[in-house]
Design a protein around this ligand. Structure first.
Ligand code: PMP
Length: 337
């Protein structure tokens, strides 16, 4: 392998891993793109790099400048690391409900972290709305340029996936791919990957895998932005059509229960050695549903977004799961708590 010249070059080019249990039970080949192996630990390193490099190219951000963003955590970690590598400061606004592990990581890498109550987008106190307000305030204060990354509506996010992970998946499968599915937070991944794959081969099927509490399943199925229930997964679920989602066309949508997502990530760890977060569970369950729908012999790709380590105090904590009446890993007895 080549020597990388800097931190930015270490983002992307992740392995595509065959998921054996999901493949065996469906008679398909189900593959997971190992995004948890990015240096900041998630798929969002790619979006952070794409947004920052786009801003640098447009002259909106320079060394000594500041990035401000509202994030469930992973984008913040990516922006913090990318920012550090370019001599740029990072201010992160995050809902206080997110995992302690993500808060600790943001503090550790030197981001300025502002926690706000978890409020809907329609409320001006919402973390995304707050990040825009803070970015505007800092613009007056600092001389060297402030970038509001705006991952939800800045299509540099989607285009980063279109130019990066899309071609990687096409090359790794040698074009032998019948379907792609993943969940949506900003929509950058699903919209960017599907744009690339559909351009290469319009026959590739694209499905949304949505958690409960998100409005997108009803939107793509019944043309209504309505949500039901809720989910303990983080970083996914959406209540509006973001700019990144505007041109997305899906062939169908699945809605996945947290119970199913948890059971599959427990199995993936214990039987295949893959330690994953909750959104990866939603994605793998979606890929299994898609395999059942397309029938045996198809090749389906999904995303392994981040590592379980990021959720040790939540979905990988028996007491937390018990308190929510959710399934728990059978091998985790009280001596491990
Ligand atoms: N999984 C996790 C863990 C995430 O943090 C995110 C991003 N918020 C996603 C999935 C969804 O990715 P995207 O924003 O590209 O839709």
């Amino acid at each position: 392998m080549n020597i990388k010249n800097n931190f930015l070059e270490t983002i992307g080019n992740t392995p595509l891993i065959k998921l054996n249990y999901p493949s065996t039970i469906t008679g398909c080949n189900i593959y997971g793109k190992a995004e948890f192996l990015n240096p900041g630990g998630s798929i969002k390193d790619r979006a952070a790099k794409a947004i920052v490099l786009d801003a640098v190219k447009k002259g909106l951000l320079k060394k000594g400048g500041t990035i401000v963003e509202g994030t469930a955590g992973n984008t913040g970690i990516g922006l913090g690391l990318v920012g550090n590598s370019l001599g740029v400061k990072t201010v992160i606004v995050m809902p206080e409900t997110q995992s302690q592990e993500k808060k600790d990581a943001l503090n550790l890498i030197g981001c300025e972290l502002k926690l706000v109550p978890a409020l809907p987008y329609s409320d001006p106190g919402n973390y995304i709305r707050q990040s825009e307000i803070i970015a505007k305030e800092l613009e007056f204060k600092y001389q060297k340029g402030v970038l509001w990354a705006n991952q939800f509506d800045n299509i540099a996010n989607m285009l980063g996936h279109y130019k990066g992970i899309g071609p990687e998946i096409w090359d790794q499968t040698k074009g032998n791919i019948n379907g792609f599915t993943c969940a949506v937070g900003t929509g950058g991944t699903l919209a960017g990957v599907s744009k690339y794959l559909k351009e290469k081969n319009n026959e590739v099927k694209i499905f949304l895998s949505d958690p409960y509490g998100s409005a997108l399943y009803n939107y793509y199925k019944h043309n209504k932005l309505e949500s039901e229930g809720n989910s303990i997964t983080e970083g996914i679920g959406q209540g509006r059509i973001t700019e990144n989602l505007k041109n997305l066309k899906v062939d169908g949508a699945f809605r996945i229960k947290d119970e199913e997502a948890l059971n599959i990530i427990f199995k993936m760890l214990k039987e295949e050695g893959l330690f994953l977060g909750g959104s990866s569970g939603i994605n793998i369950c979606g890929a299994i549903e898609m395999a059942k729908k397309l029938g045996p012999g198809n090749n389906i790709v999904t995303i392994l977004c981040d590592s379980g380590q990021r959720y040790q105090s939540k979905i990988w904590n028996k007491s937390f799961l018990k308190s929510k009446n959710l399934p728990q890993p059978y091998w985790m007895d009280s001596k491990h708590e």
